[in-house]
Design a protein around this ligand. Structure first.
Ligand code: OFO
Length: 165
């Protein structure tokens, strides 16, 4: 049985994962509209993964006899200043998600809810991977700067990542 505090925290996390999914869709469509089809493909795929994260929490809550609350999703920004700005925004958002997962893990530990603490371990590991992925795209973009050929290669590589996943 989940405590009210844990239930609230998990529902908030559902909201954050739902927003992540929507946010990456918004950055993806901007990328596609601006010629970065590979990065768009990568972000659309990532958006699907975020929905899966959200559903993971639904399943866990249901299994624990609780009801997940389907969140209202805020409208993400439609515009990006550049492809770099879009990826930077995604990284910043992931850091916020990591902080939220960590604080939920902290609460579950304090509440002696070891089942939820254990459930959150998957997310803790996933956050490390996701932050790392966005950081690595950002470093590649920084390496080529505004060189269009370099950006083209990065874009192509990002699209291939989805095909190979
Ligand atoms: Fe759900 O991992 Fe990103 O936000």
């Amino acid at each position: 049985m989940l405590s009210k505090k844990i239930e609230k925290g998990l529902n908030e996390q559902i909201g954050l994962e739902a927003y992540s999914s929507s946010y990456y869709m918004a950055i993806a469509t901007w990328c596609a509209a601006n010629g970065y089809n590979g990065i768009a493909k990568y972000l659309y795929h990532h958006s699907d993964e975020e929905r899966e994260h959200m559903l993971k929490i639904y399943s866990y809550m249901n299994e624990a006899g609780a009801q997940a609350i389907t969140p209202k999703i805020d409208k993400p920004p439609a515009e990006q200043k550049s492809v770099r700005a879009g990826i930077q925004a995604a990284l910043k958002h992931e850091m916020k998600v990591t902080a939220s997962i960590n604080s939920l893990a902290d609460v579950s530990m304090k509440e002696k809810d070891y089942t939820t603490f254990n459930f959150l371990q998957w997310f803790i590991k996933e956050q490390l991977e996701e932050e790392n992925q966005f950081r690595s795209i950002l470093s590649k973009i920084d390496l080529v700067g505004t060189d269009s050929k370099g950006l083209y290669m990065i874009d192509k590589e990002m699209g291939k990542k989805v095909d190979n996943s």
